[in-house]
Write a protein that binds this ligand. Sequence first.
Ligand code: NI
Length: 182
Amino acid sequence: LKMIRWLGHSAFEITTSNDKSILIDPWIDNPSSPIRLDDISKADLVLVTHDHFDHVGNTVDICKRTNAVVVTNPETANKLSRSGVKKVIGMNIGGSIEPMDGVKVTMVQAFHSSESGCPAGFLLHIDGKIIYHAGDTGIFSSMELLGDLYDIDVALIPIGSVFTMDPYQAAKSLRLLKPDVV
Ligand code: NI
């Protein structure tokens, strides 16, 4: 694991030790993003937690220019397919896949809504580390189960309130998830 970079909002870029580039919820047009869409010349894997514009974001554009594989819920995967994304993999909560060598993706629940399919979070197993991206969610007690099942190294969680949990709930969620770094 070489780098985890916040791209504003819920968007993150993860670079693996062999320089594979993973984007999560790539809404690169968001006001806090340190980069512009044109800066993305390479992406290998795109993960979309749920179908809201600020999470699907620039997925279609990015996949058309980079030929990246998208992993998301089956219904959103179908929708992206119809929008011209060539490589889509649908999966559902509880499942794990290995969309590229050395990168395992586990889909877990999130309490939220989605224009298609079911909202989710992701656990990424990369280079012996476990990264949890919660997507948009409120706090839920099964976060304790996730913390028991997985030795989470890094947790990426929302604190926005209104549409997700707020800082008060998010602080408590960390006692359940027990990550090393948040
Ligand atoms: Ni949302």
